[in-house]
Design a protein around this ligand. Structure first.
Ligand code: NAG
Ligand code: NAG
Length: 691
């Protein structure tokens, strides 16, 4: 794949909006990440032709992952002439000429020229600091805007940016309040729903908490809140704002209140000058949880452990840009060098797009001494702590900081070990985000074999990486309970769902059985590490016996080439054997014989379609996370086919919402369901999580 592609030209976008054509590097994602930091701070720019404009920041609204507009406007004046660099406000001035878009793991950068006179670089940075919980806990994001003269002359330049009340509620008729202040060198607008409803959402947006939209206090900075068209026109006419607050608190959509800053740079020459903004949502409490004790408890946001209030958190974040930038560059470089070394540029195209999306689905809560990380199963019904959504994401989690996996598993252990779940199998999820009330009546989505295998495999994977055998001892009784379920059910799986529940139920799923059997092998290892020698032998013997039988039941040896089946006895069927990955992740060597790896590796290219290898023979759809699990343990040739097809798909797919993991491998489009911004793309790091 080319490193840089003029997708706009390929797609036939004309010059109606932009007179320049942008390059996209390393690819043009279906949707470009702008502010992607937490489940509620999650805003993107649609690019794919299903509904996007090809990836141009000016002339289209940024949207929340669930597609509501998150009003965000950027304007610039050069020698008194106004241009639009972000958003699609009413009667917007001519757009700047976007020439480049690029992304890294933490940044999205748009490079434009303005009237041929000024260069404009707009960088969205959502920090990801897996080993620095204090910084990771802050639900804030940066926007940096830099300008310089590019024609040898000097120019008068003023830059404008606003956000609208749309960030504060998914209900545009909700009433909001706002204010303006300064603190520690930071000028800020704050706005919030008048009717605060803790733990409630409308259209997936939070109905509680306070938003901060900030910039530097000082020279040439003016501010204003007010009616969208008035405030923007004020800037367009004057290049500055009124330093005034609108005192008429009202609904989000009632004369659209916006919160704006303008920065006058004066005369700008060839050296780059810049202005920095930050945006974030502070909520004292994050999650309602049934864990320890008999009733629901309120779990604070983790940032509360480090900062006394939202204002302190905001000023720290704003003034931390220098350090945050270095940490971001460190992570960008680490992902880049590791991905390039593992499988080259196509692989980096995939991994670097997946970092913010994965971390953006995580809510960091609890306290510094006992953090809890809650995951939102974004777009596929918003379950909280879905075990088979955490599982596909663990490659990135293990790669970045294995401790985070324990913080994700802890809520599941706490809920079930305190007697809040009656079934002997492992639970599927803890409810609907942000209310983790569990299923005291055992009525969760039934995926018993999948989740028993997942819990045991993930717990061991964490303990291995973090050298934490105490964790295994602490949870031994319930792990053993789940292993008992696997002894009874793994070899001949009953008719049931696997994690790919959109495909429906099926008996004797070959891939699902393999997960259960590897789960038993993992339980033997857990027994060994905790000094339970009898259990080590019993589970080990059972796993060894099952894996031998499984090869007889699940492989079509007569096919040319041979392959595993989708379900026992259905010789013509096949599917991605992604559960084999766990055998390698946990270092089990020849427990599953090498011949099985080689067989699948030879087989996959024979059934590959244009954009990937189908998930199974029921449909032409596939899952990008499972493709990367399969790729990670395949031969180099087969691995590269998977990776090349996925990287190409990212660049050309018509899908337009934040990266879907489920797509049609023949058409490249949505297969019907529109999965959006799901954290399972952490699985794209499968190559980098192997021991
Ligand atoms: C924008 O980025 C490019 C590439 O890094 C750089 O050469 C240019 O000077 C930057 N422009 C501004 C205005 O900072
Ligand atoms: C599952 O496979 C076993 C072993 O081949 C077989 O005995 C059983 O009938 C199968 N179950 C179903 C529902 O097909």
């Amino acid at each position: 794949m080319r490193l840089s592609t003029s997708v706009a030209a390929l797609l036939g976008f004309s010059a109606e909006l932009a007179s320049a054509v942008s390059t996209f590097s390393p690819a043009r994602p279906p949707s470009l990440p702008l502010a992607v930091k937490s489940p509620y701070l999650n805003s993107w720019l649609s690019a794919g032709s299903d509904g996007g404009n090809g990836g141009y920041l000016a002339g289209e609204w940024a949207t929340f992952w669930n597609q509501q507009i998150t009003g965000w406007v950027g304007l610039i004046r050069v020698d008194g002439v106004a241009y639009t660099w972000m958003g699609a406000p009413k009667d917007w001035p001519q757009v700047v000429d976007q020439t480049e878009f690029s992304y890294t793991s933490t940044r999205s950068t748009f490079v434009s020229t303005v009237g041929g006179k000024v260069g404009l670089n707009v960088t969205f940075m959502s920090p990801v600091t897996p080993n620095d919980l204090r910084r990771q806990s802050l639900p804030f994001t940066y926007l940096d805007v830099a300008v310089q003269s590019i024609d040898g002359a000097t120019h008068d330049v003023e830059v404008y940016a606003d956000v609208s009340g749309e960030w504060a509620s998914g209900d545009p008729t909700a009433l909001i309040n706002w204010d303006f202040g300064t603190s520690n060198g930071v000028a800020y607008h704050t706005f919030a729903r008048q009717d605060q409803q803790e733990f409630a959402e409308v259209n997936q947006q939070a109905s509680w908490g306070t938003w901060y939209w900030s910039s530097a206090e000082g020279d040439g900075v003016t501010y204003q809140s007010g009616i969208d068209v008035d405030v923007r026109n004020n800037f367009i006419q004057n290049g500055a704002l009124a330093n005034a607050k609108d005192s008429n608190f009202r609904a989000v959509n009632d004369n659209w209140p916006v919160f704006a800053f303008a920065k006058g740079f004066g005369s700008v020459g060839s050296s780059s000058v810049s202005t920095l903004y930050s945006l974030g949502l502070t909520q004292d409490n994050a999650i309602s949880f049934l864990g320890e004790g008999s009733g629901m408890t309120t779990v604070p946001s983790l940032w509360k452990s480090y900062f006394s209030n939202g204002l302190d958190a905001m000023t720290f974040f704003y003034n931390d840009f220098g350090e945050a930038s270095s940490l971001a560059t460190e992570l960008d470089n680490k992902v880049a060098s590791d991905s390039l070394a593992a499988a080259g540029q196509n692989y980096l195209t995939i991994t670097s797009l997946s970092v913010r999306q994965t971390f953006g689905a995580l809510q960091f809560t609890g306290t510094d001494s006992a953090p809890l990380v809650f995951l939102k199963e974004i777009s596929s019904n918003s379950d909280i702590q879905t075990v088979d959504v955490i599982y596909p994401a663990i490659p990135l989690i293990l790669y970045s900081n294995p401790k985070l996996l324990a913080y994700l598993l802890d809520p599941l252990f706490q809920n079930q070990e305190n007697g809040h779940y009656p079934n002997t199998n492992a639970i599927h999820d803890l409810g609907t985000f942000p209310i983790a009330k569990g299923y005291p009546d055992g009525s969760d989505e039934p995926m018993p074999l999948e989740e028993c295998g997942n819990m045991i495999i993930m717990t061991l994977a964490y303990a291995q990486r973090a050298s934490d055998t105490a964790y295994l001892a602490t949870h031994y009784p319930i792990l053993k309970q789940w292993a008992g379920y696997l002894v009874d059910e793994a070899l001949i799986p009953a008719n049931q769902l696997s994690t790919d529940d959109f495909a429906g139920t099926l008996a004797n799923q070959t891939n699902l059985a393999l997960k259960g059997i590897i789960g038993l092998r993992a339980m033997s290892e857990i027994a060994k590490l905790t000094g339970n020698a009898d259990d080590e032998k019993t589970y080990g013997d059972t796993a060894t016996s099952y894996i031998a039988q499984w090869q007889g039941l699940g492989i079509n040896q007569d096919a040319s080439p041979p392959h595993t089946t989708l379900s026992y006895g259905d010789g013509a069927s096949h599917g991605l054997l992604y559960n084999l990955y766990a055998n390698s992740l946990l270092g089990f060597g020849d427990f599953v014989p090498r011949a099985v790896y080689d067989m699948q590796s030879t087989f996959y290219p024979t059934v590959a379609l244009e954009y990937g290898v189908p998930l199974d023979t029921r449909h032409t759809q596939t899952k990008s996370d499972w493709e990367m699990f399969a790729a990670a343990i395949a031969s180099a040739d087969t691995r590269d086919i998977f990776i090349q097809k996925l990287a190409n798909w990212i660049n050309v797919t018509p899908t337009n919402r934040p990266l879907t993991d489920l797509y049609d491998a023949a058409s490249g489009d949505y297969p019907g369901l529109q999965f959006t911004a799901r954290p399972v793309v952490g699985g794209h790091f499968a190559l980098l999580a192997l021991p």
